[in-house]
Write a protein that binds this ligand. Structure first.
Ligand code: GLY
Length: 256
């Protein structure tokens, strides 16, 4: 069974980190309602959803994806590239320790989970403003014994690798090609988002449904015309905190 760890929306969300977006007022009540809908959708696909309340003072704590990389074999605790988020990881570790052996990215290495894209046994890791070179090397060292191929991708223009590219099936990726170096993706098919919707590339795949954040109709049309079943989730308030759909959950097989 797939488990999804999520986290309540912090009352401090309006003090979130922002790197590529202007600060705008966030409606916290609406943000919480949108997050509940997101959790309900995960549940409707048969996932067990555990909504944590362990980091409520941390503004960005709803974005649990950044705290760890969870694979079948182990969980790698991240070391976020901004100080304000590092405490989130400390509190997440005992939760993940119930499901996986734990390893850690240690300083000076930094790594945000949002920079880590798993495609089969390939793990693409964004070298970004949050994940440094030492973080990429540390993840590669940890995962080498498990047969994963860790591939570094330079990211520019957006926060995380997964703001720029995500998988819509096992060999197809949805991407904004302007924000990352695509040459390492040779052999995989890349569907570009609409030029008018640069933030549309963060897709969440549940069963055969590809979910996009609401507000990207042209990219929905592109995917639909290629045969994908597409639906949308309104996360307008979380987008103001620079989030995509994948940021708000850590999804993995419960029993490994
Ligand atoms: N606001 C999301 C992040 O910067 O980590």
């Amino acid at each position: 069974m797939l488990l999804a760890l999520t986290h309540i929306v912090s009352p401090n969300l309006d003090k979130c980190e922002l790197s590529h977006r202007e600060r705008q007022p966030i409606d916290l009540v609406l943000a919480a309602r949108q997050h509940t809908t997101y959790c309900d959708i995960l549940q409707s696909h048969g996932l067990e959803v555990i909504e944590l309340d362990i980091n409520r003072d941390y503004p960005d704590s709803v974005f649990v994806e950044d705290t760890a990389v969870v694979l079948d074999e182990l969980a790698v605790m991240a070391n976020p590239g901004v100080l304000s988020r590092q405490g989130e990881v400390t509190n997440m570790e005992p939760v993940l320790a119930r499901y996986r052996p734990i390893t850690r990215i240690q300083p000076p290495a930094t790594l945000d989970g949002g920079d880590v894209l798993l495609v089969g046994k390939k793990i693409f890791v964004g070298l970004s403003s949050r994940t440094n070179q030492a973080g990429v090397y540390a993840l590669a060292d940890i995962l080498k014994p498990f047969g994963y191929d860790v591939i570094q991708i330079a990211v520019t223009g957006c926060l995380h690798l997964k703001s720029a590219i995500t998988a819509v099936d096992n060999e197809t990726l949805l991407a904004n090609p302007d924000w990352f170096n695509h040459s390492p993706f040779t052999g995989l098919r890349i569907i570009p988002v609409s030029k008018e919707e640069p933030w549309a590339a963060n897709a969440l795949r549940l069963d055969d449904m590809v979910y996009l954040a609401a507000g990207f109709p042209k990219t929905v049309d592109i995917l639909t015309s290629q045969g994908y079943a597409v639906s949308t989730i309104d996360i307008s308030e979380l987008q103001k905190a620079e989030a995509g759909l994948t940021c708000s959950s850590l999804i993995f097989e419960k029993n490994r």
